[in-house]
Design a protein around this ligand. Structure first.
Ligand SMILES: Nc1ncnc2c1ncn2[C@@H]1O[C@H](COP(=O)(O)OP(=O)(O)OP(=O)(O)O)[C@@H](O)[C@H]1O
Ligand SMILES: [Mg+2]
Length: 346
């Protein structure tokens, strides 16, 4: 296996929420591809469908929502847990979009092959169980280990993610830990079965800069050791520059541009990507931590009434009258590995 082999291919994915107020097309024809042992950064303003796309992969879309159509092809490497996936010689391709969200197949994949860390650790940690019991449960669910072995593995995992005093921390409840420690516990849980794909949805936004740097370097280290791929969702383009090999830019449920990280930073083509890049605070300018990308003209439209044509055209400085407001731009391959949805490049 090498880095150019795909691990995950999302094709024309649509995930909608059916509410009394109307239908929210949270993900509306998104295409994404993630290579083995590589990191895909996913960026875009708030409400563009990044989290719903991530949750669709895991089949954990919130109530009221479901995958309407599209494919999520997961190239499952058949090898022993804990061994380097790049050395695997056999694979089976599973369309995750077709699986029953409550079924056995997705349960065997979730947590073991694909796991997710969230911005808020309490999304995945239970307040009424100790850290050790929770990590142990995940381990014994997917690996044939007795409780004692599972506990030892959990301690080793906590140690691995840099948790101070893992032998003591393991018996603590989440509320007894600091934010950074909870984040580490969640990452330890997510990595305890050596997944081939880690989905990280703003995993470090709530942390201080030092802890953030430690957690990012830990993820890269584990990626290297385990041959793991990472889908990294963030508003922080600085983190993207550090972490990602490729970047996908989402706008209103679609991927409007995808390219290697260098191409995206130095040669962004889509007017939306260009605007995002311009919103990066310049060196020397004061930036408040956690500040959202807010300096693009106008705001994301009401999700119940999406604009006709290109979804970005009402805010786009380069829109072509009578074209962008009428036809939806196709996904154009402009260069090797560089795709953009914009008529300017037709
Ligand atoms: N449980 C839900 N019920 C109804 N609509 C939802 C639900 N979750 C998300 N949505 C809608 O789906 C769209 C995409 O939301 P999503 O959470 O994926 O955005 P995001 O890109 O992750 O934003 P952020 O950067 O703020 O996390 C939004 O319009 C949002 O309001
Ligand atoms: Mg989100």
């Amino acid at each position: 296996m090498n880095e150019s082999n795909p691990l995950l291919q999302i094709k024309d994915l649509k995930t909608y929420f059916f509410l009394d107020e109307g239908t929210v097309k949270a993900v509306d024809g998104a295409d994404l591809e993630l290579g083995t042992c590589s990191t895909l950064g996913v960026v875009g303003e708030s409400g563009c469908g990044k989290s719903v796309a991530a949750r669709s992969i895991m089949q954990i879309v919130a109530k009221g929502g479901r995958i309407v159509s599209g494919e999520i092809l997961f190239h499952h490497q058949l090898c022993k847990p804990g061994t380097d996936r790049r050395l695997s010689e056999k694979e089976e391709v599973i369309d995750l979009a077709m699986l029953d969200p409550q079924g056995d197949k997705i349960r065997s994949i979730r947590g073991a092959e694909i796991s997710m860390v969230f911005q808020e650790p309490m999304t995945s940690l239970s307040p009424v169980h100790t850290i050790g019991n929770q990590i142990g449960e995940v381990i014994s669910l997917h690996q044939k280990l007795d409780p004692k072995q599972a506990r030892e593995k959990a301690i080793a995992m906590l140690d691995h993610v840099g948790m101070p005093l893992p032998k003591r921390t393991i018996d603590r409840y989440p509320h007894e830990l600091s934010g950074g420690m909870r984040q580490r516990a969640m990452i330890a849980m997510a990595l305890s079965c050596h997944p081939s794909l880690l989905i990280a949805d703003e995993p470090t936004t709530a942390l201080d800069v030092t802890t953030e740097a430690q957690i990012l370097s830990l993820m890269r280290k584990l990626q290297d050791e385990l041959g793991m791929s990472i889908m990294f969702i963030t508003h922080n383009l600085g983190v993207i520059a550090q972490m990602a090999d490729r970047v996908a830019v989402m706008y209103l449920g679609k991927v409007v541009e995808a390219a290697s990280v260098d191409t995206l930073f130095y040669k962004p083509l889509h007017p939306y990507t260009q605007a995002l890049m311009e919103s990066i605070p310049r060196l020397g300018a004061k930036k408040r931590r956690g500040e959202r990308l807010a300096s693009i003209r106008g705001s994301v439209p009401d999700p119940y009434n999406l604009p006709k044509g290109c979804p970005f055209h009402p805010r786009c400085a380069k829109r072509v009258p009578n074209v962008c407001d009428r036809e939806e731009p196709p996904n154009l391959k402009v260069d090797q590995g560089h795709e953009v949805r914009c008529v300017l490049y037709k």
